[in-house]
Ligand binder design. Structure first.
Ligand SMILES: *[C@@H]1O[C@H](CO)[C@@H](O)[C@H](O)[C@H]1NC(C)=O
Ligand SMILES: *[C@@H]1O[C@H](CO)[C@@H](O)[C@H](O)[C@H]1NC(C)=O
Ligand SMILES: *[C@@H]1O[C@H](CO)[C@@H](O)[C@H](O)[C@H]1NC(C)=O
Ligand SMILES: *[C@@H]1O[C@H](CO)[C@@H](O)[C@H](O)[C@H]1NC(C)=O
Ligand SMILES: *[C@@H]1O[C@H](CO)[C@@H](O)[C@H](O)[C@H]1NC(C)=O
Ligand SMILES: *[C@@H]1O[C@H](CO)[C@@H](O)[C@H](O)[C@H]1NC(C)=O
Length: 175
């Protein structure tokens, strides 16, 4: 009895994960960039090397994984990033598994205040979306209006990514 009920629960959890994965990856093609990959968000890692090894696009997620209550993540500006300060902080996350939507084409800066001097800082340059598949398929070389078209395409993937992120958090709360 006990075994079958826990089996049912983990099946449900698996389903939730599949839904989440489908809505973030398959449907949208957005990437979740896990900071530090399997080493996570911890001291003593050169995150510049990590960031240089991937390409970030508008609509992608960056996610920080770390020991909750020990570290956290702040989005700051360039001065703060250089100096390990928080004067220009615009956001902070502390769940231990934080998903942050990169919804603008710009350079983002993140630090962990109590690990910053030990390397817990990362800066990522987010590129505009490449021309949308539909536009690319229908018209050969529409170069002048590319930016406007990709700007419009942004809000939709963002919606699915948020749903996906919610499902991921929901499924981790579930068990
Ligand atoms: C991290 O790696 C980059 C690229 O090789 C290098 O420029 C930078 O000095 C390194 N940072 C640290 C703190 O070692
Ligand atoms: C860069 O990314 C590739 C593919 O994810 C990985 O195999 C490789 O080890 C990474 N290199 C560095 C320096 O992180
Ligand atoms: C922060 O660092 C910059 C150099 O990156 C320096 O010019 C500036 O004075 C520093 N600001 C503070 C408040 O320490
Ligand atoms: C970062 O924010 C601080 C506080 O608002 C400000 O003094 C500083 O000039 C900002 N730096 C940049 C590069 O915008
Ligand atoms: C963290 O963010 C919350 C809003 O989400 C804000 O109220 C709080 O002041 C921030 N904490 C710090 C230390 O900046
Ligand atoms: C590009 O967009 C503008 C309006 O934003 C429009 O007036 C113009 O005709 C468009 N050009 C092409 C080649 O579609």
């Amino acid at each position: 009895m006990k075994m079958s009920s826990s089996g049912g629960l983990s099946f449900l959890r698996l389903l939730l994960f599949i839904c989440a994965a489908a809505s973030t990856t398959t449907l949208v093609g957005a990437t979740d960039h896990i900071v530090g990959a399997n080493r996570g968000w911890n001291p003593g890692i050169n995150y510049t090397l990590w960031a240089n090894n991937q390409t970030f696009y508008v609509g992608d997620l960056i996610s920080f994984r770390y020991q909750k209550n020990q570290y956290n993540a702040f989005e700051v500006n360039e001065t703060d990033y250089d100096n390990c300060t928080l004067y220009g902080a615009v956001g902070n996350w502390s769940s231990g598994k934080d998903f942050i939507l990169l919804d603008k084409a710009k350079r983002y800066y993140f630090i962990c205040p109590n690990g910053c001097f030990n390397g817990m800082k990362v800066s990522v340059l987010v590129h505009p979306l490449p021309s949308p598949p539909t536009a690319a398929a229908s018209s050969g070389h529409s170069s002048s209006n590319k930016t406007a078209a990709s700007g419009q395409a942004v809000s939709r993937p963002g919606f699915f990514i948020i749903i996906g992120a919610l499902l991921v958090s929901l499924s981790s709360i579930w068990v």
